[in-house]
Design a protein around this ligand. Sequence first.
Ligand SMILES: [Zn+2]
Length: 343
Amino acid sequence: MIKRSEEDLCFLCKVNKADKAGSHFTPIGIIKKVVGKRGYEHEVTIAPSKGEVNQYFGRDNLKNTDPTIRQSDNVADHIFCTACEENLGKIESECIPYLHTIFDKVSQAATPLHTSRSGNSFIKFSNPNKNVLILFFYSIIWRQILNDFLSHGLQHPKDFFETLRKIVSTEISKPLNEIKKSEVFKDTPALIIFTCKFEDIDLTSLIYNPNPYPANPEVFSIGIYETLIFKEPHISQHYELSTKLPASVVDDDLIINIAEQGIIGVMDLEVWNNRNKWFFAKTADDFITTYVNKIVNATRLPFSAAEALLKAETHLIGGTTKAKTYADFFTEAVESVIRKYKS
Ligand SMILES: [Zn+2]
């Protein structure tokens, strides 16, 4: 995470000093419902192209065996000013309780599901207000992009990031009544929100991450929500390959900006699970590739030979390594392979 001080400017308004400490990128309230009480969290953030995996266990989580409790990747100091933080909080408390109620109703089959013309299931609601909900998800998507940059140096398209920043910054400073009546969201990036009718939520399988491969609409995973946001009007080619979601989820009927009221799609559990499994497998694969390439660059070995050597080396040092992170562990294995090869 890039070091910041209270003299830096707030990332959101770019006007005030970033005097606020302990800001969350993904609001804790939306995680808490499924991840459990504060202190018991288990968060994993992954940047495969950088070969970085960070795990964070809340201080009361049994798996927290590290006495020096570091801060979660989801929390940082001097990101926002007090005014922006309060305005974000206002939008969050307007949405999160209602979202929890909606989610409970969906999982208990206590609310009618409608079907769109393309065959997607969805629910309709008047609370939270749809404009406030759009703003809420925009703010999380924008913060995920910001977090990706600050934690891993990953760049998303600058103009899209700036477009979102301007909307969020301008709109959250308005009174709630004005936000609710606003017409501006008809012309802002189209947004589709999905949840899933979970039978049993496996906490370790929830993702809080932008989809690692560019696509339009872009996919941002926010725990029990998958959000699709359009950077440009048309669906990208090979959408299913880069997101592992069926193209049928890109459903005009589910675009909340132009819907009459709040609308959230309900994804089939199988579709949801397939995407999640793919995400983890693909991410792990890309992570390994990052380290194999380091060996290839140093030795000029073919990729497959370097991969086999790395695999053998990780087995060999697995029992004796003192590495605390995956990145350190793989770096140690890579260095060992290169040393052996050159000697
Ligand atoms: Zn600010």
